[in-house]
Ligand binder design. Structure first.
Ligand code: COA
Length: 434
C-alpha cells in the first residue's frame, strides 16, 4: 500500500454526509457497496434527510431507492437500471433525462452539485496513482467537483489506463474492501437475436470503428464478425463479446483516425474475464464520458458503426428506447451521442437493431408510439433500422417511403395491421409508393 494512505471504516467515512447533500456513486460493477451499506445504516437511523443519490446503471442492490427511505434518500438516476426501475416507476425515485456525454457536464458546469463522490479504486501504484477501473464515465467529473471524495480501495478493481488513473491526492477518505466486483449477466443470444446479429454484421465493413449499446444484440453481432479485418472500438461500454475478436486480431484498431490501436470506452459491463482483460492493458483507454461520447470526437474515426437497440419504433422512424409508454424503463444513455456521431463519420453507419416483436408477441414496430413514450432517437437522426427480417436505410426517405420500408421488416403477423394504419394515415397514395 502507498505510504500516504490512511484507512478509515466505511461508517466513519460516510459521516461527512449531511442533509440535502448530493452523492455520486460510481457505476456498474464499481458501485461502492460497503459505502452504500454504511450510508443506508445512517439512513435507517434518520440521521439526515433529503440526501440525493445520482449514478448511471449500477449492478447489485440499490437499497436507498426503497420506498421506506422516503424523505431520507431521493434517488435521481442518470440511467434507470433494473435495481431502481420499480422505485422510479412508482415515483419513489426519479430520472434525470440527459445525454450520457453530458452527465459529466452536469457536475462540471455546476448545474448539479456533488457534495460527496463515492467510488471503488484499484490499489495505489508506486507513483501514488489509483485506477477508477470499470467506471470513469461521470465519476471523474464527480471527483473533480465534490466537497469530499471517498474511495474504496479494492484489489479486485482492474488497473485500467487512460483517464481512469488519478492521484491519491484527489481522495479524502480511503476505506478498504476486497469484495469481488459484481459481474454483469448476459443471456446467450437466441435464434432471433442471432438473425439480427447477422443482418447487422452484413452492414459492418472491414476497418470500421464499432460502438455497441446495451442488451443481448451486441454480443450476437460480435459473434458474427470473426471473418472481418481491422475493426476498432470507440464506445461507451463493451462486454465479453469483444474478447475473442481481440484475441484473433480482428479488433486491432489499425484503421482508427484517433487513438489508433487502442480500444476506447468509459465504463464496462461484463464478466471477470473483461475485468482481467483491462487490467494493466495499454491497449484499453478508459476515458472521460465527455470524450468517448462527444459526437464530434466520435466522428473523427472513419466508418463508425453504432448499433443500439430500442423498445418501440413507429412507422416514420421515431425511436423510443427509454420507456414503455409512460413507464420509464432505462434512459437515453449514449444512444443519440453515437447515432449522431456515426452519421457524421466518413462512411459511418448509425443502426437501430430490434427484434420485430417482444417475446410475448407485441410488435415493436407500431403505427404511433405508445401514449407517453419518449422519443430518444428522432426521425431526423435515424439511418438504418434492422430486425431479424432485414435491414432498411431510412435516411433521406420520405415518410411514406419509410413506412413502406419499416413495415417490410416488421413481423409478418403484424404487417397487415401496420399497412392498414399507414393507409389510414397517408391516404390511398400509400399503396403506390414503391
Ligand atoms: N411494448 C411492451 N413491452 C416491451 C416492448 C414494447 N414495444 N419492447 C420491449 N418490451 C419489454 C420486453 O418484453 C421486456 O420485458 P421483460 O423484462 O418483462 O421481459 C423489456 O421490455 C425489455 O425489453 P428487451 O427487448 O429485452 O430489452 P433489452 O435488454 O434488449 O434492452 C433497451 C433494450 C432499449 C431497453 C436498451 O437497449 C436500452 O436501455 N437502450 C437505451 C439507451 C441506449 O441505447 N444506450 C446506448 C448504449 S448503453
Amino acid at each position: 500500500m502507498h505510504k500516504d494512505i490512511k484507512f478509515v471504516s466505511a461508517d466513519e467515512a460516510v459521516k461527512v454526509v449531511k442533509s440535502g447533500d448530493h452523492i455520486h456513486l460510481s457505476s456498474v460493477a464499481s458501485a461502492p457497496k460497503i459505502l452504500i451499506d454504511a450510508l443506508v445504516r445512517r439512513g435507517e437511523k434518520k440521521e439526515f434527510s433529503d440526501v440525493r443519490i445520482h449514478h448511471l446503471h449500477t449492478e447489485g442492490e440499490a437499497p436507498y431507492a426503497d420506498p421506506k427511505f422516503e424523505g431520507v434518500f431521493f434517488h435521481q438516476a442518470f440511467f434507470v437500471g433494473g435495481n431502481v426501475r420499480k422505485s422510479v416507476q412508482a415515483g419513489y425515485a426519479d430520472y434525470i433525462p440527459i445525454f450520457l456525454s453530458e452527465t459529466q457536464k452536469l457536475y462540471r458546469s455546476g448545474v448539479l452539485a456533488c457534495n460527496v463522490a463515492m467510488m471503488q479504486v484499484s490499489t495505489p501504484d508506486r507513483h501514488g496513482f489509483v485506477s477508477l477501473g470499470t467506471s470513469v464515465d461521470a465519476t471523474l467529473a464527480a471527483i473533480e467537483t465534490a466537497d469530499y471524495v471517498i474511495a474504496v480501495v479494492n484489489k479486485n478493481v482492474p488497473r485500467a489506463w487512460g483517464d481512469a488513473m488519478i492521484p491519491v491526492s484527489m481522495i479524502d477518505f480511503f476505506v478498504e474492501d476486497n469484495t469481488p466486483l459484481e459481474p454483469a449477466h448476459f443471456s446467450e443470444p437466441d435464434e432471433i437475436e442471432c438473425a439480427i446479429g447477422k443482418n447487422c454484421a452484413g452492414l459492418i465493413e472491414d476497418g470500421a470503428t464499432l460502438q455497441m449499446g446495451i442488451g443481448a444484440i451486441p454480443n450476437a453481432v460480435l459473434a458474427q464478425l470473426g471473418g472481418h479485418k481491422n475493426l476498432g472500438i470507440h464506445t461507451e461500454m463493451f462486454a465479453d463479446g469483444v474478447l475473442p475478436l481481440v484475441e484473433s486480431g480482428v479488433i486491432n484498431g489499425a484503421n482508427k483516425g484517433i487513438d489508433r490501436g487502442k480500444m476506447v470506452s468509459t465504463f464496462l459491463m461484463g464478466s471477470q474475464k473483461v475485468y482481467d482483460f483491462i487490467d494493466d492493458n495499454p491497449m484499453v483507454l478508459m476515458k472521460d464520458v465527455g470524450y468517448t461520447n462527444d459526437p464530434f470526437i466520435i466522428s473523427k474515426n472513419p466508418k463508425v458503426t453504432a448499433i443500439n437497440s430500442a423498445l418501440q419504433v413507429d412507422i416514420t422512424g421515431q425511436v423510443c428506447a427509454d420507456s414503455i409508454g409512460t413507464k420509464h424503463y432505462s434512459g437515453v444513455g449514449g444512444q443519440v451521442d453515437f447515432i449522431y456521431g456515426a452519421s457524421l463519420s466518413q462512411g459511418g453507419k448509425a443502426i437501430i437493431a430490434i427484434p420485430s416483436a417482444t417475446k410475448k408477441g407485441v410488435s415493436k414496430i407500431a403505427p404511433v408510439l405508445n401514449l407517453g413514450a419518449g422519443v430518444v432517437t428522432t426521425r431526423n437522426h435515424i439511418h438504418w433500422l434492422v430486425t431479424e427480417y432485414g435491414a432498411v436505410n431510412l435516411y433521406g426517405k420520405s415518410l411514406q417511403e419509410r413506412a413502406r420500408q419499416i413495415i417490410s421488416i416488421a413481423h409478418p403477423d403484424h404487417r397487415e395491421e401496420l399497412d392498414r394504419a399507414a393507409f389510414e394515415r397517408f391516404g390511398p397514395h400509400f399503396h403506390f409508393i414503391g
